[in-house]
Design a protein. Structure first.
Length: 277
């Protein structure tokens, strides 16, 4: 993970989070009318918000100790792609293939799919750079003596609790609590994926794909996507990914402990550990 550098302090990161929330809140009161379809106007507004936040985060990372997050490491590419597979399976399982084929769900505004795809990519950029990038680095540095499993739990909890902010924008309590629950699991998966690949952009891709499949019907259509086939695919892929993640974290900790004993100092450089697991 990123090396320490005084250019950006932890307080600056907190201020970044506050600024991000402020941008979203302020822009939520701006009316955007480019279409006669209210959902599309909201989609356009959200894309603009997230584009601004993405630009802000990219510039912030590029001018700080987190500039390494913007790299796309090509070393151990085969191992990166292998680690990608279980996470990719979870993302694909989130697509409503069965519901669309059976006619239980439909897409009425498919001509705007490109705009929705941009939204999903921007969500991935913002949340992965911040949570799997900056926040995960800070957690790993501050909790170096903890096991990788507990560090992953902390990162996932921070990510899931962030979604409570949706209550401020009128999202129902039950829906928000459900979102907090499943984003904890997705956050844990993406945290382990960052460790396994040291590639934030692969995390962005998986995150965007997961959101695209999970929200395309609600955004551009309607119907029920939660049929038996959907749940079977979700559970099977989730269990496989969970087993992979636990095995990886156990091996990760073994290597970290062995390295610490050999060097007689704790090894908290996640990048070095991940390359050896």
């Amino acid at each position: 993970m990123s090396k320490n550098n005084p250019k950006l302090t932890d307080i600056s990161v907190i201020l970044l989070g506050v600024a991000a929330v402020a941008v979203i809140v302020v822009f939520s009161f701006v009316d955007v009318t480019l279409s006669q379809i209210p959902q599309i106007n909201e989609l356009v507004k959200d894309v603009i918000q997230r584009a601004l936040l993405s630009l802000f985060l990219v510039v912030l990372c590029a001018t700080s100790q987190y500039k390494m997050l913007l790299n796309f490491p090509v070393g151990n590419l085969g191992k990166q792609l292998l680690a990608l597979l279980p996470c990719l399976a979870v993302a694909l399982a989130n697509f409503p293939f069965s519901a669309l084929i059976k006619g239980n769900a439909t897409l009425q505004n498919f001509q705007y799919v490109w705009l929705f795809l941009i939204q999903c990519v921007l969500i991935g950029v913002v949340e992965e750079l911040f949570f799997r990038g900056i926040v995960q680095d800070i957690v790993w540095q501050k909790t170096a003596k903890m096991s990788a499993l507990w560090q992953t739990v902390i990162c996932a909890a921070v990510f899931s609790l962030w979604h409570l902010v949706n209550l401020l924008f009128g999202q129902g309590f039950g829906t928000t609590m459900l979102q907090v629950g499943y984003t904890f699991l997705i956050g844990a998966m993406l945290t382990v994926m960052r460790l396994a690949t040291n590639n934030i952009w692969l995390c962005v891709a998986v995150h965007a794909l997961f959101d695209f499949g999970g929200n395309i019907v609600n955004t551009l259509g309607g119907g029920n996507v939660w049929d038996v086939s959907f749940w079977i695919a979700t559970v099977v892929c989730g269990v496989i990914c969970g087993i992979w993640a636990i095995v990886f974290l156990v091996k990760f900790d073994k290597h970290k402990n062995a390295t610490a004993v050999l060097n007689e100092v704790p090894n908290t450089d996640v990048t070095d550990n991940a390359e050896q697991v």
